[in-house]
Design a protein around this ligand. Structure first.
Ligand SMILES: Nc1ncnc2c1ncn2[C@@H]1O[C@H](COP(=O)(O)OP(=O)(O)OP(=O)(O)O)[C@@H](O)[C@H]1O
Ligand SMILES: [Mg+2]
Length: 399
């Protein structure tokens, strides 16, 4: 039995759910525990999933959504585009969720009003409509709070948990971001006091509303700019490159999905070529897969596949560098030439014969807007994409 080159279990792309999830065990453990504790009425900090492009944020949200829905939880997953469209999208998604659970008639009046005012959405046993014009000049944070609390109360009555999963949060315009997170915090702060029917003891619990917000690393700074304390109050879930252990487990599991096995050499070579970057795992894995048709993926397949994936990876780097300004480009080249152990704003500035202060905004843009560099806690700078430093060294230096 061989493997079919056309039936690759690798799925290069963005936003797709891979056939096997590699790594991320601690992250899923934390998120699952969050949902379980919410189900017991225990307040849970929102989770802030950050990571560079292609690091697997959407995969985490999608896999969590699937798993939690299977457990009977109410999940709304919305992806933000630029501006404040996320508010309307959340309204429609929440209304659709209630409708699917036959709860169109159960939402209380304040929740209904909020849906109408925020997004012109009406909900009835006949369905969800978004035809009425939204009301202008409403207090968006207040209305969102009413909406979220009324849906979370329904979840509480039905003994389930309402989970809001918000993707691409770095796109949300500052005002909407502030309002949304203010509302979330207020509703998560609501406590319900109840006497236990048997013992008479006073019991206190929180509304079962959880939030997982995902975005590029610059999101944390945007939250601060929005005047929101959400960043500080939420629990960070930073997604980093896969470790060798993640890949050593994940790559063979993916290959097994397609009915093949890596031999030890091809596994090591493929791991090294991916550099732990989830997106590259699929780009390289797919080429290595297609380079042969035996049941065993051999070192020759790996070599051939890695060679074939090289132009795809080069093109990916080139696309990431395309809209940089000249100084930003020079900054990156200088950073790539400096040994990783010595790569600090100071040594880069010295290489460019400037002061760090003069280059501060260039550095900030490369970190926060382009997500190409990362600032380490020890003061050094590192490249966010594996292999980008090698790529830059191979390119002609702009001077
Ligand atoms: N844990 C994982 N196991 C296997 N494949 C993964 C994993 N995480 C991500 N991938 C794959 O890597 C690619 C990028 O993942 P994803 O789209 O989730 O990244 P992202 O962080 O959301 O990127 P962006 O910021 O561009 O939205 C996808 O092809 C996805 O299938
Ligand atoms: Mg994504």
């Amino acid at each position: 039995m061989g493997r079919d080159p056309d039936d690759s279990p690798f799925t290069p792309g963005f936003g797709n759910l891979p056939r096997v999830i590699a790594g991320r065990k601690d992250e899923f453990h934390d998120l699952e525990r969050m949902a379980e504790r919410l189900a017991r009425g225990i307040y849970q900090q929102p989770r802030l999933v950050t990571g560079d492009r292609g690091m697997g944020k959407t995969v985490v949200l999608r896999a969590l959504e699937r798993e939690q829905i299977e457990l009977g939880r109410w999940v709304v997953r919305s992806s933000a585009t630029r501006g404040d469209a996320i508010v309307g999208r959340l309204c429609r998604d929440l209304a659709a969720l209630l409708y699917e659970h036959d709860l169109a008639g159960a939402l209380k009046q304040t929740g209904r009003e909020a849906l109408r005012r925020l997004a012109g959405v009406t909900i009835s046993t006949r369905g969800v409509r978004a035809e009425v014009a939204p009301v202008t000049g409403v207090d968006r944070a207040d209305e969102l709070e009413r909406l979220l609390s009324s849906v979370a109360e329904l979840a509480d009555e039905r003994e389930t948990v309402l989970l809001l999963l918000i993707d691409e949060a770095q796109n949300i315009e500052l005002g909407a971001l502030g309002d949304l997170f203010h509302a979330l915090q207020e509703v998560q702060g609501i406590v319900i006091d109840e006497r236990d029917a048997d013992t008479g003891a006073l019991q206190r619990r929180s509304l079962p509303l959880g939030a997982v917000v995902a975005g590029l690393p610059g999101l944390v700074r945007r939250l601060k700019d929005a005047g929101s304390t959400f960043g500080e109050r939420s629990r960070p879930v930073p997604l980093r490159a896969f470790t060798d252990a993640d890949m050593r487990e994940g790559l063979p599991a993916l290959a097994a999905e397609g009915g093949a096995v890596f031999d030890a050499d091809s596994l090591e070579a493929t791991m090294a070529a991916c550099g732990g970057y989830p997106y590259f795992l699929h780009v390289v894995g797919d080429q290595v897969w297609a380079a042969g048709d035996g049941e065993v993926i051999t070192a020759t397949d790996a070599r051939r596949g890695i060679d074939r994936s090289r132009p795809l990876i080069e093109e990916f780097y080139a696309a990431r560098l395309r809209d940089l300004g000249e100084l930003q480009r020079r900054y990156l080249h200088a950073a790539a030439r400096i040994d990783a152990r010595e790569r600090t704003p100071g040594t880069i500035a010295a290489a460019l014969e400037r002061t760090s202060a003069k280059l501060a905004s260039t550095q900030q843009k490369l970190i926060h807007d382009h997500g190409l560099l990362r600032s380490r806690s020890d003061g050094r700078l590192e490249f966010a994409l594996p292999g980008l430093d090698d790529h830059l060294r191979e390119l002609a230096d702009p001077g």
